[in-house]
Design a protein around this ligand. Structure first.
Ligand SMILES: [Zn+2]
Length: 468
């Protein structure tokens, strides 16, 4: 036993969609000097996301240290077998104890800033600024009085235009959070700050100068925050999933429809041709017309799903699917739910034949826990550079999504400071961070976790060892 737990100070900078695919070419050209320094003096590796590698459920899994089967969240939306329709997940659905809950109970002061899908903000021993509030006016600070402090730093949740943000707006939005985080380092033992802008800038501007300029700025902010903290602090840079340049898109619901497993109709989409009367088209137009497409851009999560012209996804599929005849449906981009027993094997075999598909796995093989019954029957990956989008109405099985970048399983992990080894390398899971962080603070987890303490990255004296 050592004293390190009592004096532990840890900063985690979460970079939504942080990826070596983006960082490596920039590091080679010397464009990210601060990140390079952290890597030189610390350890780094790849941080594997959970399936599906999306913002929801990845941040929920980081927050609870448990896999989606234990958290019960498999995407922004998921098929509810009892209700027989697709439902929208909210952070309110999180019933598991969280990292900040356990640290708070252990009397550690925490400052949790801008983790996506954490609205409404829970009470903690310290401050909690929820990520993805419905809007700037929402009560996303706990305690509520923090709003005043944050607003003095110019705290801004999102840029004005998510698709085409200006560099100035990005700098201001991201900078305000770093400024606020600096203030909180005074009291916090554990400070987590997530940068979310990286996700949408990479979706819409992958390979463009704007993305490089954004990362150059982010590198500067990270460098300034870490030098502000001074010696004694530890820092982890991590991401919820990776990113890469998009080469092509698979539309699993269109594919299921083409194979006769899914029936439905979307105005303007290819399925509208399938046995539709003029009256039915009009009824559908009214049901899922312009209003719904506009609605898709309201609300913090949904507006980022990227809806293409004429295509609908998520909850809006409820009105487009012919539930009486449909046997399988794709949701959350990489998940397939079978509405009839015994067809998963056949779908799996056919899916595996497609050129852009990586692995096709049974949900019961990759998830475990009390919500396994709610898990998708099949979960698949796509080959590097290809993504899957579970919208309907685009009229083709394979194409090019409007995004320029897409998610991958491989995120980034950099560990720096007195608790971490220098020059250690390796692969870790996002689920390993929870037990590692608790271990650094010498806090015993209140229940069994799905990940492991990252011993390969920790220095000997920071490892909790059982006495011989
Ligand atoms: Zn994300």
């Amino acid at each position: 036993m050592n004293e390190t737990g009592r004096h532990m100070k840890l900063l985690v900078v979460g970079i939504d969609g942080g990826s070596w695919d983006v960082l490596e070419p920039m590091l080679e050209r010397g464009m990210l000097p601060n990140i390079a320094k952290l890597m030189q003096n610390g350890s780094y590796g790849t941080l594997k996301s959970v399936h599906p590698p999306m913002t929801m459920p990845s941040w929920q899994c980081y927050s609870t240290g448990r896999n989606p089967g234990q958290v019960g969240i498999f995407g922004w939306t998921q098929y509810d077998r009892e209700e027989g329709k697709i439902k929208l997940n909210t952070s309110g659905a999180l019933f598991e104890p969280t990292l900040w809950y356990e640290l708070s109970v252990a009397h550690k002061n925490v400052a949790i800033i801008n983790i996506p899908t954490t609205y409404p903000p829970p009470r903690v021993n310290g401050v909690f600024v929820a990520g993805m509030p419905p809007n700037e006016a929402s009560p996303y600070f706990n305690p509520p009085g923090e709003r005043l402090t944050a607003k003095r730093c110019g705290y801004k949740v999102m840029v004005g235009d998510v698709r085409n943000p200006t560099l100035t707006d990005l700098k201001r939005t991201v900078g305000s959070k770093f400024k606020y985080a600096k203030l909180k380092t005074k009291n916090a033992d554990f400070l987590h700050l997530t940068v979310y802008a990286s996700d949408y800038v990479q979706h819409f501007h992958y390979g463009e100068k704007l993305l490089e300029d954004f990362w150059v700025h982010l590198d500067k902010e990270i460098g300034e925050l870490i030098s502000f903290l001074g010696k004694g602090w530890n820092a982890i840079i991590m991401s919820d999933h990776g990113f890469t340049k998009l080469k092509g898109t698979f539309y699993p619901n269109e594919w299921l429809a083409s194979r006769g497993w899914l029936f439905g109709s979307v105005p303007g989409g290819a399925l509208a041709q399938l046995g539709l009367t003029r009256g039915r088209v009009r009824a559908l137009m009214e049901a899922i017309g312009l209003k719904r497409l506009a609605d898709a851009f309201k609300g913090s999560g949904k507006r980022l799903l990227g809806t293409e012209t004429g295509a609908i996804g998520g909850e809006d599929l409820n009105n487009a699917i012919d539930w009486n005849n449909t046997l399988a449906i794709a949701d959350s981009n990489y998940c397939i739910y079978c509405l009839e027993r015994g067809i998963a094997g056949e779908i799996k075999r056919e899916l595996e034949q497609l050129p852009y598909i990586g692995n096709v796995m049974y949900g019961r093989e990759i998830y475990r826990g009390k919500y396994l019954k709610d898990a998708p029957d099949l979960v698949f990956t796509t080959k590097h550079g290809y993504n899957s989008v579970s919208t309907l109405g685009i009229g083709k099985i394979h194409g090019m999504h409007e995004w320029k970048g897409c998610h991958t399983m491989d995120g980034v992990l950099i560990l720096h400071g007195p608790a971490f080894k220098k020059h250690a390398r390796g692969v870790a899971s996002i689920l390993d961070l929870y037990p590692t962080i608790l271990s650094l603070f010498k806090v015993k987890p209140s229940r069994k976790l799905d990940g492991n303490v990252l011993k390969k990255f920790l220095r000997e004296e920071y490892l909790c060892r059982k006495k011989k």
